[in-house]
Design a protein around this ligand. Sequence first.
Ligand code: ADP
Ligand code: MG
Length: 559
Amino acid sequence: MAGLGGQPIVILKDGGRQESGKEAMSRNIMAARAVAKALRSTLGPKGMDKLMVDSIGNITITNDGVTILREMEVEHPAAKMVVEAAKAQNDEVGDGTTTVSILTGELLKGAEELIGDGVHPTMIVSGYRMAAEKAMEILKTMASKVSEKDRDLLEKISATAMTGKMAGKPDPKLIKYVVDMVLAVTDESDGKNVVDLDGVIVEKKSGESVDDTELIKGIIIDKSRVHSNMPKKVENAKIAILTASIESKDTETKAEINITSSDQFKMFATQEKERIKKVAEKVISSGANVIFCQKGIDELAQSYLAKEGIMAFRRIRKSDLKKLAKATGGNLITSLDELTPQDLGQAALVEEKKISGGKMTFVTGTKNEGMVSLLIRGGTPQIVDSLERALDDALHAVAAAIEDETLVAGGGSPEVELYLRLKEYASSLKGREQLAVDKFAEALEEIPKALAENAGFDSLDKLTEMRSKHEAGMKNYGLNAYTGEVVDMWEMGVVEPLRVKTQAIRSAADTANMILRIDNVLVAKRSEKPPGANAPMMGGMPGGMGGMPGMMGGMPPMM
Ligand code: ADP
Ligand code: MG
């Protein structure tokens, strides 16, 4: 009703801001593009790294898209949408996060140009949607089959995903480990491969070298035994997996006891001893010779257990207990009264080992298969961290390939092919969507362009060369980022799961479209400003991105 009399409708509380129309759109695009620009130089095997320093001074050196975005603390809502798209890509396919961000940024750049020429955003959204659909179709025709038996090909996928995430070329041993691990947790269900990456445990300890990274069929627990008189090694382990503590109930609940004489004290102490002994005996009588306990183990109980030759661990994470139960065939026990010999898990060996100063425990030869662990080693914490990220990308890529059984060549080859085919498709269209499909094609070509730029080659030369190969029907030709030659990526062994590409294109299109449909930004007044936080969510600073504390190395200017 209000507003009919010429009064504006006030829908924001005092201090809120509102931007609408072109202004809102262009700020949104600017902010989202800034995120994409920040990542562009990290794409591909020759991509540069970012050095990031967080608010308490921790250092991360990486070129992993999603890691950079996590550390950037992006504030602008539209920029956040790009970050969310990259995170979703990471969660769903584990690789291709930089690609999603670059594509989203380029799609928005194209849209901005069209809007400048008077094309309505709705038209662009519809054109982008059509182009994305078409791209899916084309990609499917380009894909090849891979079976889980094709080790050679799986290792290539592993290597491609790891490439560029660590200094130099990926380590051949790590490439193999990734495939071993994924195959160890692959099962068939209804004729389809299902990979359960929860069965893969990755632990890291800095020290030694990458070459000392070890694959273990079993479980690594980052803990040492509770008592030095316990054995360091138990063969034919019968394992009790407890979420209950091994303590006297009374001390645990901290009941108040009034002691008035020394006799009373002695009596209490004896009773307490008896109680603890009884508790320990419950575990001993089950026949267990190894105990993993989520909670505490009383000191006295520890020495009883040690006397019996039992190896015990306390304060074990619940998630680790679950993994132990799964691998050893044991049951999680919530009350010691319920513990029976049938609940014990089995493993050929439980052994505590010294690992550069610290101690870790290895549970191997477990009753059930389907659980593997990797202990990552490397000179510094930064090295083991970056190896962990590289391995994570590779694990997911190989898993996606085994589940979907489809692959495409990499090195920019699918994007060049899509560019040409989408241009063709665009010319078959009438109406303004044609313009949007054209821009979509151009956005895709930014991927090979960035790969070439980052490797230090003339990107236009390389694009021309790639296009002419593709026009001559050589669909798998892409850029060898090490030599600058345009070669058959399939032969070079640069291959990626189809899912990485389809998901990246789909979510870049969806994210760009989402941003293009916003014509109004309403921002409530902030109730409280965290110290040092600058500027409101929009407007304020150039590019509208808040807080990228301490990011150095190739942060592009914000337009
Ligand atoms: P993302 O986060 O998108 O996976 P990356 O930095 O991992 O970004 O780069 C991925 C791109 O690098 C893909 O297009 C992939 O095909 C390409 N790539 C990987 N290895 C090579 C190589 N040896 N030569 C050329 N391109 C490569
Ligand atoms: Mg990658």
